[in-house]
Write a protein that binds this ligand. Structure first.
Ligand code: ADP
Ligand code: MG
Length: 362
């Protein structure tokens, strides 16, 4: 079920001043895919989710779920939360510790006055789906963090919602479990082919879980695309920076060639793959991620975008040395093969494939 949001605004008054938590949001959330809202803490993700669910009343705008208008400020429509047909999973799981797994999952059906036998069948089916067969009678507290997360998921799914919404549901899990649960969640949601709206500030979660990602900043959606497009194709500095580590090299656009744009930068001219036409003389930043800078101890000779630098710091991370290198007036973070014998003060040659040199404008 597609979700269409038009001109949505939500203001809070803090210390007598009006503050826009949602600032004229226009957004279409695709049906039956995993859609992620990604942004730093405080940018309005939870507020937007709560407006979709109906736990918060927007000041302006409209929200449609499928072809049903669930909220319209101009038309004075506001459908009650429980009538919107949604399932929700919170950061805290919000499962009830004094209840069994079965009762936790059954709760949304019990409030609908569904016969007990039918509830039992549907709860068992949902527990089977989240791979918690046989856990029904267990007290909810006698489960691992990952299992509790799956109980929360089962409870959100049991009433067969049209849309399921997640607010940072993995943030209480440790790193390894978070990674496993992320994969599992992607498998569950893909299998269900349900519209999923997922909120996170974690870029890896957004990249690995989503079919599409919207990046939020200060109450606005500033970019939307596939994880691949967000990672590689954005020409916004904020997005490039937020979605991964990136080196910024300041410069000015110059005439390039047919398939590349040249940026005269503080480390010298950099050829960047042409994704758009930029007029010459524009102030621009070249964004280049550490993982795409090749490093050599000796000058590799021929090769576009090759620069000589000096190693300033070295940190051993196991799979790589992470080094800060001084190149002209810029400091670039690079990754160096751990087998390479390097030391602080050594000369190092950097080579950047133009396909990974992005022109960032703001
Ligand atoms: P996120 O989920 O992206 O971290 P939130 O949607 O929770 O952000 O909050 C967005 C902004 O709105 C924040 O600055 C937050 O402090 C503010 N905010 C959220 N809820 C309220 C409220 N009930 N009253 C006042 N300000 C609020
Ligand atoms: Mg939040």
């Amino acid at each position: 079920m597609e979700i269409t949001i038009k001109n949505l605004c939500k203001n809070y008054v803090v210390d007598g001043k009006v503050f826009a938590a949602l600032d004229h949001i226009d957004l279409t959330i695709p049906a039956n895919r995993i859609f992620t809202l990604l942004g730093p803490s405080g940018c309005g993700k939870t507020t937007l989710l709560r407006c979709i669910v109906g736990l918060e009343t927007p000041d302006e705008g409209e929200i449609m779920i499928g072809d049903e208008m669930v909220f319209s400020a101009p038309k004075g429509i506001s459908v009650a939360t429980e009538k919107r047909g949604l399932g929700m999973v919170f950061q805290s799981y919000a499962i009830w510790p004094h209840m069994s797994v079965f009762d936790n999952v059954a709760y949304p059906l019990q409030t609908q006055k569904i016969p007990r036998e039918e509830i039992a069948v549907r709860v068992e089916k949902t527990l089977h789906f989240v791979q918690l067969d046989g856990f029904g009678s267990r007290p909810a507290t006698k489960l691992s963090g990952g299992q509790q997360q799956r109980v929360a998921l089962a409870r959100a799914l049991v009433a067969e919602p049209k849309v399921i919404l997640f607010d940072e549901p993995l943030s209480n899990l440790d790193a390894k479990l978070r990674e496993e649960t992320r994969k599992e969640l992607r498998r569950f949601l893909t299998e269900l082919a349900i519209t999923a709206v997922y909120v996170t500030h974690d870029r890896l979660e957004a990249l690995s879980l989503s079919d599409s990602v919207a990046v939020m900043k200060s109450g606005k959606i500033i970019e939307m695309g596939s994880p691949w497009e967000i990672y590689f194709d954005s020409d916004r500095r904020f997005v490039a920076d937020f979605i991964g580590r990136v080196n910024f090299v300041e410069g000015t656009t110059a005439e390039g060639g047919g398939d590349f744009t040249l940026v005269n930068s503080v480390i010298g001219p950099i050829a960047c793959e042409k994704k758009k036409d930029y007029s010459p003389g524009l102030k621009a930043t070249v964004g280049i991620r550490p993982e795409f800078i090749k490093t050599f101890r000796d000058n590799p000779g021929e090769g576009e975008n090759t620069f000589r630098g000096r190693i300033e710091t070295l940190v051993f991370l196991g799979d790589v040395w992470e080094a800060e290198t001084q190149v002209g007036d810029a400091t670039l973070v690079v990754r160096i093969d751990p087998a390479l014998p390097v030391a602080v003060g050594d000369a190092i040659f950097l080579q950047m494939d133009r396909r990974y040199c992005s022109i960032l404008l703001n």
